[in-house]
Ligand binder design. Structure first.
Ligand code: FAD
Length: 381
């Protein structure tokens, strides 16, 4: 065990989207940054892997070349439920890329920017040391101290800094499939959203000619199919024949799906302590169907880095971030409830008729910021 705490100017806990983005921004401004990431190498994460227009812009600014990573362009969204489907063009450029590829590129960019990246090391606890310092205790007993910490552990809460429990007890899955050539051609450049009782899912192409199926369901609905993925997959296809058509003849590419539970959708952090900037899913968790979690992670990272560099205290930053995100988060929750209610009340045919118009408005309003969008071909060919 190392008894002498290691010290740095800024400590970033979690090397996903938000942690990497913040570390790159700070290191580029000459700050000394240590980033601690528990995975030794990036791995698959439960995520729909849709990158919205704002995410594309932020990633471009961070130096991530999405075109060379093979990101798939996405031009329109389809909503499918029961036997009906409706389609709308996206009002902004979008793309999709596996998290493994994205996280690998971000970690590489952080290293290139001069961030000290500690991989394969897990933070067990974060508390106060003496003299206004924060102290992070790692699984091997090592301690790191810094006056400023960015909390970016995503879905995973640190002891003493947990977010509230998720009352719906969401369960989420991701699975990759190789579709038949005909189905892959039908899905090309589209993100398809499927509705079914107790949740929703999405399927879209990612790089390498494969498709990502990512879905969420409330635990009580998952229990009805015996808490088994195979049964849930069959039930989704039964409830949504559009998905059955997409997956006919498809080859699953993972031995089993990746899953995660307890997602506190709608959470926005109210307050923080001096020197502790909370970003990404530790700041706000937007319903997944918006495909906006990554752009929010990048946005919160950029805002937190700017706040720190401008000597804005963390509690003030967190309060401003909350009020800036509130309307977008509430609208996303409202839209999620609206879709579920439409399904429950069997008014889906009507919902599907108005979907293209609603989608265009909602997609615009649920973005983190109105931006002078760079054309997609600038980032994805
Ligand atoms: C079902 C589902 C579908 C989604 N689909 C989309 C989508 O299509 N598009 C989109 O934009 N967003 C989507 N999201 C949201 C998106 O995945 C998240 O909002 C985003 O990943 C948040 O970034 P982050 O940096 O906060 O967390 P992450 O990217 O999860 O990074 C957190 C990092 O912290 C590390 N870590 C955790 N605990 C510790 C510890 N104790 N010590 C050290 N390291 C630690 C983890 O290993 C991880 O690398 C989806 C989410 C879900 C649940």
């Amino acid at each position: 065990m190392n008894q002498t705490p290691l010290k740095d100017e800024v400590l970033i806990l979690g090397g996903g989207v938000a942690g990497c983005a913040a570390s790159i921004a700070l290191a580029r401004k000459g700050r000394s940054v240590t980033l601690i990431e528990r995975e030794p190498t990036p791995r698959h994460k439960v995520c729909g892997e849709f990158l919205s227009g704002e995410a594309l812009e932020d990633l471009h600014a961070l130096g991530i070349d999405l075109a060379s990573l093979g990101a798939a362009p996405i031009d329109y969204v389809r909503l499918a439920a029961a036997r009906r489907a409706a389609e709308a063009p996206l009002p902004f450029p979008a793309a999709s890329l596996t998290r493994k590829a994205l996280d690998t590129a971000l970690i590489g960019e952080a290293v290139a920017a001069g961030v000290r990246v500690e991989r394969g090391r897990s933070v067990q606890a974060l508390g106060r040391a003496t003299g206004n310092l924060w102290q992070a205790m790692l699984d091997d007993g090592t301690t790191y101290e810094a006056p400023t910490v960015f909390l970016a552990t995503g879905k995973h809460d640190l002891r003493g800094h947990a977010r509230p429990k998720d009352p719906q007890r969401w369960v989420a899955f991701k699975m990759y499939f190789r579709l038949t050539p005909a189905q892959a051609a039908e899905l090309a450049r589209a993100s398809e959203l499927m509705l079914y009782p107790g949740g929703y899912g999405g399927i879209q192409p990612v790089e390498g000619g494969i498709a990502n199926l990512c879905c969420v369901v409330q635990q009580r609905y998952f229990a009805r199919v015996g808490n088994r993925w195979e049964n849930f997959l069959a039930k989704m296809q039964q409830d949504c024949p559009h998905l059955a058509m997409r997956l006919a003849g498809a080859e699953p590419l993972l031995a089993k799906p990746i899953s995660v539970t307890h997602i506190p959708y709608g959470y926005i952090r109210r307050a923080t302590e001096k020197g502790l900037y909370c970003i990404g899913d530790q700041a706000a968790v937007i319903p997944s169907f918006t495909g906006d979690g990554i752009s929010i992670a990048l946005h919160t990272a950029r805002c937190a880095a700017a706040a720190y560099l401008a000597a804005e205290p963390a509690p003030l930053f967190q309060a401003k971030l909350r009020s800036g995100l509130l309307a977008q988060m509430r609208l996303a929750e409202f839209a999620a409830d609206g879709l579920n209610n439409a399904l429950a009340r069997a008014v889906l045919p009507f919902a599907l008729r108005v979907w293209p118009g609603v989608m265009r408005v909602t997609a615009k309003l649920t973005r983190v910021a109105q931006s002078a969008a760079i054309p997609l071909h600038a980032v994805v060919s």
